[in-house]
Design a protein around this ligand. Sequence first.
Ligand SMILES: *Cc1c(COP(=O)(O)O)cnc(C)c1O
Length: 381
Amino acid sequence: MGEELHPLVCSGKLMHIRLLRVSFLHKLRFVDHIDFRSDTVTWPTVAMRKAMAEAAVGDDGYGEDPTVRELEELAAHLTGKEAAVLVSSGTMGNLIGILAHASRGEGAIVGLDAHTFRSEAGGISAFGGVVPQPLSTDSEGRMDLIAIEQAISPDEPYYPRSRLILLENSYGAKNGYPIETAYFGDVKEIADRHGLVVHLDGARLFNAVTALGIEAHELTQYVDSVSFCLSKGLCAPVGSVICGSSEFTHQARRARLALGGSMRQAGIIAAPGLIALNEMVGRLSEDHSNARLLAEGVADIPGVVIDLSAIKTNIVFFQIEVDNGPNSSEIAARLWEQERILIGINGPNTFRAVTHYWVGSEDVDRLVLGLRDILAGWRRK
Ligand SMILES: *Cc1c(COP(=O)(O)O)cnc(C)c1O
């Protein structure tokens, strides 16, 4: 393998690093910090950067980009749907999916802590006039089936007629819990009985199915549409795909255009997406083992509260409960100063750590030891 010039951002500066072996780069990290805040921080791999440079492209506005078409066909195949549409983000995928299904004034039953309800800037209401009908979820992200059925509002003048049930898997707010297919079957049965459709926010669909030990289509057979991210644990720099029937994707393309999301030579984005699906799904279990290691490591630290049974994919929430102890921001600041580690802060005592391609088990050890050290130091004061 020849010498190659590789652009990398280091301490905020763009640098060009001369590399002798491409294979060598695969495991080498050029960062001066470790980032556990999210799996969205993942850089594209060398193979992805190369594929981007070499991608065959065309005008996707005319449906003429061969790489985009290949990605959309693969996504449709994997989810067992007729067709798929490449979009710029998971948020856009969900918004387009919901706009394609529901009209203004129609209701969407959704978890109170679901990403589509809590973290998408109210887009379904702002742009689609869709009325959220939120329900609480259990510790693994499920809305109660009886509650769902009771929340369905009838087609009478007073009510925002329910049109949609929004599901999420893995469930971000509940440690990325992978919800089992049986639940999806039950929800689909309710939806069918009442003439509703089901949309899945599968931002981390492949984490969920990896943890469940199934193929994606075994889960997505129970939903009418699914959106998944290429740019989280799968390492692509940009992009999500939304899949469903040809009729649905026809509507979705119209919604994508209306929202300004129709792209041109998007093969540049689709090329790393193909690598994400072909080569990165198979290694997600490594991230799950590292999350397990992290969870078990912090569980041993005095003052840490964590529910180990909830950790099944790559997201680990935990609390610090130390009398007169530091809050999560103070601890995070110390982790940064002492270890150059970034971690997610999810409340005054709560952390979120996410494992991904660019953190290894040695980084997990460093986080655990660092945290132990910081908390012990505080206790001695
Ligand atoms: C990240 C995420 C999204 C949104 O994806 P973006 O690409 O960041 O817009 C949607 N749903 C869930 C569950 C997510 O984790």
